[in-house]
Design a protein around this ligand. Sequence first.
Ligand code: FE2
Length: 313
Amino acid sequence: MIIQTQEDVTPAVLAEVARAGDPRLREILTAFVKHLHAFAREVRLTEEEFRRAADIIAELGQRTTASHNEVVLMAGSLGFSTLVCLLNNGNDGQTETTANLLGPFWRLGSPHTEDGGSIVRSPTPGEPLFGTVHVRDQEGQPVAGAEVDVWHSSTEGFYENQDPGQADMNLRGTFVTEASGTFHFRSIKPAGYPIPVDGPVGELLRALGRHNMRPAHVHFLIRKPGFKTHISQVYVPDDPNLETDVQFGVTRALLGDYVRHEGEPAPAPDVTGPWYSLEHTFVIEPGKSALPRPPVTGKAEGARPELAVLERR
Ligand SMILES: [Fe+2]
């Protein structure tokens, strides 16, 4: 089709998309082209703005390395990761779910750790945390033999892959639920952390006057054949940034029961000061057990990066 005016462009592209043999590809691209073209019309996108957008998208890729994923960070910063998560979990978005976004910091192959074992693998400041996690199916029955990855950032604000000062796989471990559907882990209470803002994500946040903090949380990834892989995060309920999480991840189902204990004996005799407990139940759905592609695969080298903290205005 030879194009005469701007109105001809969309039907020309849609006619080509309609030729796609794969029906799902056809469905996705048809909607994508319609919305993309409608977006340009709605905001009267200028040529300069279009070129700027292309630069930003290129930079998202250029900044993505084995130890950093700017694309995933941007998807989270626009709420898209949470939207896709909630559309696809909780009976396809019909009910509340304990599923949550994966985030850019999951690594495949964290060390198998015995029930109750610690995931602190190099000296890491923080108050001791003892976790008790239950995995249930939709009928409320315990799910035994589920493999569960647990990971979180240090109280200094770094996942180990960002921080050459931490041991490989520090604050990461894989556990297996017992017959009761439960496992226990030991770590330190997580702290909130700033996401990196030296790329396009930082530019977006500065332009909108947003801060770059994530409220404190522990990540979980639960898998067992016959069940949809369940990805989650459990948030510390008194964190000041719950309402303004830079990744829009906080949902009501995921406000965790982190309890501070003082003057009570801890589950481990070496703990003499205050400590925290966390008990949480995840409900997993029947479906396909498949692992996501890890957003990061390696560890940063050299000096520990400087983490900038943006103020909300
Ligand atoms: Fe995180």
